[in-house]
Design a protein around this ligand. Structure first.
Ligand code: FAD
Length: 424
């Protein structure tokens, strides 16, 4: 079957692809979004939400939905070799309008998908990008789905198709980096302890040579006593002997091994600072992590964003958060290009490319944005006081700044954003 033309095709309906689709639709761009999976995954991979992501969600008009579903993160309890240390407090300067939050990835995706539906766009599931070829005017794409093959013509193609990205490989981008030797296991469980609300817990143990030989990290999830726990994998559950995916990228959940509740409880018995029983496990998995970055974010009319472009260890909550920023940044540039008003070179600049590199590489960089002429933040006309640019469509019925979220857990978090004062 031959499909009609579309302005932008987004491949992948994870948090990054959904962000791109929402921002394109919010700016009136015609867009389709496809994903090879039949349904959203139920895993809490990314949980940590950075303040900057909340600022973007505010601009997009969905921060209230996100905060209503999230747990505010106030700090971290720290234990080293069984001894309590000074807790880490996640305090931020008053000009930063949002704090840190915990929101499981399946909730982030649910909220983005529901928001996208308000623009009349839904994810086309069971639909896979097979191949593409671009010319001066657009990109020819071959999709395969429930109804068979479809040939599609799009002006731009955005690959948000994860760590094993077909789009990245089709462009011939490099993905330099490496794998960490440690293996971890994850579980989403209920506990009977009474840790202070909004605190994560990190307990580490060292061997006689001072090397870390045991780790327990617990992040609160919505729901009484519920935590996403991660810990080192015991040898019997290791997948290190298993080959990485066909492309050599060892990253993410290893579906072949699912730790039992008893495996999780054994680590809690050893590492938890006070007795605790885990129960009601929703899911568990072993996972491996790598760090990799593309050599460039685009070629002509084809782009990569999120894990397709850069992968990180979960510590510091970088992967999804930087990916959402990629997508948000790319989407407004694409909207200008589709509308015919993009400055020459705007799209080729990448997601707020700076001399220090793209967001995937700037995770420890300065908090201020670059001063490139092509950077949105540096454009005087684009310094919005709050919310989307005038005259551009926003969500029907609820726009940015239209009202604070109802959750009483977030008082006083809504002063106006001082634009240009945070990362781009
Ligand atoms: C254990 C763990 C904990 C993490 N914790 C955090 C955290 O706290 N904070 C944080 O910011 N990040 C975290 N991350 C990273 C985060 O999960 C990823 O960065 C995030 O999922 C990337 O989103 P994405 O949309 O780019 O890719 P993905 O979520 O991988 O989505 C890609 C989508 O593309 C689809 N797809 C792939 N190929 C095709 C194709 N050819 N055709 C159609 N569809 C296709 C896939 O089905 C998938 O739905 C964590 C990761 C792990 C493994």
């Amino acid at each position: 079957m031959n499909g009609g033309a579309v302005d932008v095709l987004v491949v992948g309906a994870g948090p990054v692809g959904l962000t791109a689709a929402v921002e394109l639709r919010r700016r009136g761009v015609s867009c389709r979004i496809v994903d090879r999976l039949p349904a959203r995954l139920p895993y809490a991979k990314a949980v940590g939400i950075q303040p900057r992501t909340l600022e973007l969600w505010d601009r997009m008009g969905l921060v209230a939905d996100a905060l209503d579903a999230a747990v505010p993160l106030r700090g971290q309890l720290v234990y080293v070799d069984g001894e309590e240390r000074e807790p880490l407090r996640l305090a931020l300067p008053p000009e930063v309008p949002y704090g840190f939050a915990a929101l499981p990835q399946y909730e982030t995706e649910r909220i983005l998908e529901a928001f996208l539906a308000r623009f009349g766009t839904s994810i086309e599931r069971d639909t896979e990008l097979v191949s593409f070829a671009q010319d001066d005017d657009g990109v020819g794409v071959l999709l395969t789905g429930r109804a068979g093959e479809e040939e599609l013509r799009t002006r731009y193609l955005v690959g948000c198709d994860g760590a094993h990205s077909t789009v990245r490989k089709g462009l011939g981008l490099t993905f330099e980096g490496g794998a960490f030797p440690e293996e971890y296991m994850l579980a989403d469980v209920e506990t009977d302890w009474d840790l202070p609300y909004g605190y994560t817990l990190r307990a580490v143990h060292h061997d006689a040579e001072g090397r870390t030989d045991d780790i327990l990290v617990c992040i609160p999830l919505p729901g009484p006593g519920r935590y996403r726990m991660s810990m080192l994998v015991p040898p019997e559950l290791s997948v290190s002997a298993a080959p990485a995916a066909g492309d050599g990228v060892a990253h993410g959940l290893e579906g072949s091994r699912a730790p039992a509740l008893a495996d999780i409880q054994r680590v809690l018995d050893r590492m938890a600072p006070r007795p605790v029983t885990a129960s009601a496990m929703r899911w568990s998995s072993v996972f491996r992590i790598s760090h990799r970055l593309v050599d460039r974010y685009s070629e002509g009319r084809v782009f990569v964003a999120g894990d397709a472009a850069h992968i990180h260890p979960p510590t510091g909550a970088q992967g999804m958060n930087t990916g959402i920023q990629d997508a948000w940044n790319l989407a407004w540039k694409l909207a200008l290009a589709v509308g015919g008003s993009a400055a020459p070179g705007l799209l080729a600049a990448g997601p707020c490319a700076t001399p220090a590199g793209p967001p995937g590489r700037r995770t420890r960089g300065p908090r201020r944005c670059c001063a490139r002429p092509s950077c949105w933040w540096a454009t005087p006309t684009a310094r919005w006081s709050y919310g989307p640019p005038r005259g551009r469509p926003t969500a029907p019925g609820r726009g940015p700044g239209s009202g604070p979220p109802t959750a009483a857990a977030w008082p006083g978090r809504y002063p106006p954003i001082r634009c240009g004062s945070t990362t781009c």
